[in-house]
Design a protein around this ligand. Structure first.
Ligand SMILES: *[C@@H]1O[C@H](CO)[C@@H](O)[C@H](O)[C@H]1NC(C)=O
Ligand SMILES: *[C@@H]1O[C@H](CO)[C@@H](O)[C@H](O)[C@H]1NC(C)=O
Ligand SMILES: *[C@@H]1O[C@H](CO)[C@@H](O)[C@H](O)[C@H]1NC(C)=O
Ligand SMILES: *[C@@H]1O[C@H](CO)[C@@H](O)[C@H](O)[C@H]1NC(C)=O
Ligand SMILES: *[C@@H]1O[C@H](CO)[C@@H](O)[C@H](O)[C@H]1NC(C)=O
Ligand SMILES: *[C@@H]1O[C@H](CO)[C@@H](O)[C@H](O)[C@H]1NC(C)=O
Length: 551
């Protein structure tokens, strides 16, 4: 089951794990359902998750190595990089083979491209230079019927613009106050420029507001977003040079030209994955006071940025996508189905595995390195170039690896009773609430939340020392000998017992880990325990520890 929902805000009156949704998901997991939930799109600040419980597989989102770059070529040869899934001069004669890069077939909006006439007979007719058809460039503010109208400058209203100037031209629409206040839309730009017969549009950043974030989107007429102010400044300078005005500033002659070059061809090879800035981050929390939980969240990373998938052409969300059968969308919701699909693959291979065994196989075999062999980075802002090495609070175990998850070597398992014990062990939990919510009464057995048998260790307040135990099961067919090694978090000393063990197929082995604070820190630090098998299985247990007191 894959879920793209979570609470808008942390439950006020109960613990995160005891919300109605989380309890329903606990019952689903008891029924054998593997529950995948989106981490949330509230990153990159800490503790922005909307998925909390250890019986849920919480998925963070990353980029992939695929990019789409669009280009605006100016009459002077200058090429400005932008964003937008549309083309211009190659529209006619676009073959399916050329479209193959999108992994989609031609859907109605692409057909519209093909039908778009090139206006050769037009008075401002296009000129052919450098192999590109160039069109007259008109800033919307110069084509305004009324001076200083935001609706005109931002191309929000056909009636605000002079059709004679817009028709057959590439019109430049400004990111101005309306977009800043979110009252103007890209949909309206598209509708306005289309209805006035523009050959295309440029949606340009505004120096007053700085760069904006542009995600590739399919446009039903040629269009390009230029989100970088420095590129737009070059455009403005070229336009000023070529535009003849009278002393009052009224344009007498438009001399600037441009073409919007193919933006639909994908390029591969970007460093990826990178944890997306919007992807919600750990640490996990227990309640609305942001008390920290001894549970690692998110659990895993999967592609969730600019993912092509099926789209309902009648969908009411985002009229800019109306009519399309495919859409390119971003969010942890897009990451979840990757994990659900791999869970189905594992369940098919190993029908007897419980949901928590499936989760364990995924988490302990996930990759911490990107496609260039470097540690996976996490974006700290929607703008480029603000990255930090990802921690388990960004990506859990790391990037999901389907092939490795099929052969995890060892897995840990937890069931309904274990989760009840976990709930009962929470600090200050009302045991009656647990009974009411789950139908099970708490024992008085002394346990800690970190005792839950999950494939990670998270200690939100390490005071002196603590010993945690995990029980591993050999799910492979052969006997294997494992060596345990530790990469301790800063400020923590860790001893593992035993340091090596030989385990027969289908049997279990307990591993005790003693964590001791050696240095006080003002934040979590991270490490891992590695179990390296003689048959090459590698089981990685992420560690997140906050040492708060030496004794
Ligand atoms: C815009 O204002 C100028 C004076 O500043 C005026 O000459 C011009 O006609 C106006 N344009 C429109 C379209 O109203
Ligand atoms: C710009 O518009 C505002 C109202 O929208 C008006 O008060 C102002 O006079 C206009 N300025 C110019 C220079 O036309
Ligand atoms: C956009 O608006 C700003 C003022 O907010 C102005 O300086 C700039 O020239 C405008 N750009 C375009 C392309 O109209
Ligand atoms: C209660 O204690 C027994 C052992 O004494 C244990 O097996 C069981 O899981 C415990 N139940 C809970 C809810 O803690
Ligand atoms: C762990 O803490 C206990 C006291 O809580 C102490 O008796 C024990 O010696 C400590 N172990 C280590 C290895 O420091
Ligand atoms: C495990 O062993 C059984 C019987 O020896 C065999 O049929 C099965 O294919 C093996 N599975 C794997 C994953 O190696």
């Amino acid at each position: 089951m894959t879920l793209s929902i979570g609470p808008d805000e942390t439950p006020q009156d109960t613990l995160t794990f005891l919300s109605v949704l989380d309890i329903i998901l606990l019952l689903a997991q008891r029924a054998g359902v593997f529950v995948v939930q989106a981490a949330g799109n509230k990153g990159p600040s800490p503790s922005t998750l909307v998925s909390f419980s250890p019986w849920i597989m919480t998925v963070a989102a990353s980029s992939t190595d695929r990019t789409y770059s669009a280009t605006l070529v100016l009459g002077n040869g200058l090429q400005l990089q932008g964003v937008g899934l549309s083309g211009f001069e190659r529209i006619i004669g676009f073959s399916n083979a050329e479209l193959a890069g999108f992994n989609i077939s031609i859907s109605p909006p692409w057909n519209m491209f093909i039908k778009l006439p090139l206006i050769f007979g037009h008075p401002t007719g296009p000129t052919l230079g450098n192999g590109f058809l160039k069109y007259r460039l008109v800033f919307a503010k110069d084509a305004a019927k009324v001076n200083n109208s935001t609706l005109a400058d931002e191309c929000q209203e056909p009636k605000a613009l002079q059709e004679g100037l817009v028709r057959g031209s590439i019109v430049v629409c400004n990111f101005s106050s309306g977009f800043y206040r979110r009252t103007s839309t890209l949909d309206a730009i598209l509708a306005t420029t289309k209805s006035l017969g523009a050959m295309g549009f440029v949606f340009a950043a505004n120096p007053t507001y700085g760069d904006f974030v542009a995600e590739p989107i399919t446009f039903s007429i040629p269009g390009i977003m230029i989100p970088s102010v420095s590129s737009v400044e070059a455009l403005m300078q070229y336009y000023a040079e070529k535009t003849v005005r009278n002393e009052k500033g009224v344009v007498l002659n438009y001399g600037a030209q441009a073409s919007i070059v193919e933006g639909r061809r994908a390029k591969y090879g970007d460093e990826a994955p990178v944890v997306s800035s919007f992807s919600s981050r750990g640490p996990d929390i227990i309640d609305a006071h942001l008390s920290l939980a001894d549970v690692l969240k998110p659990d895993i990373l999967a592609p969730g940025h600019q993912v092509w998938s099926a789209w309902s052409p009648t969908s009411a969300i985002g009229s800019i996508l109306t009519g399309y059968n495919f859409a390119l969308l971003s969010g942890t919701s897009m990451a979840c189905p990757h994990v659900a699909g791999i869970a189905a693959l594992l369940k098919h291979s190993y029908p007897s595995w419980s949901p928590s065994m499936i989760a364990s196989a995924m988490i302990t075999t996930a990759s911490k390195n990107d496609n260039k062999g470097k540690p996976i980075m996490a974006a700290q802002s929607p703008f480029a170039n603000e990255y930090q090495p990802a921690t388990p609070f960004d990506f859990g175990g790391g990037l999901i690896n389907a092939a490795a998850a099929l052969h995890p070597g060892l897995v840990v398992n937890s069931g309904f009773e274990d989760y009840i014990s976990f709930l009962c062990s929470l600090p200050n939990v009302n045991q009656e609430t647990v009974r009411t919510a789950t139908g099970r009464a708490c024992n008085n057995s002394k346990r800690f939340p970190s005792d839950l048998n999950i494939p990670s260790i998270t200690i939100s307040a390490l005071v002196g020392n603590i010993t945690v135990q995990r029980t591993f099961k050999n799910v492979e067919n052969r006997t294997e000998t494992y060596l345990c090694s530790v990469l301790p978090p800063e400020g923590v000393e860790i001893r593992v017992f035993p340091t090596s063990f030989t385990i027969d197929t289908q049997l279990t082995q307990d591993l005790k880990m003693e964590l001791k604070a050696t240095k006080l820190l003002d934040a979590f630090s991270f490490g891992e325990i590695l179990l390296t098998g003689s048959l090459d299985h590698i089981v990685r247990i992420p560690l997140s520890v906050f040492p708060v007191s030496l004794t």
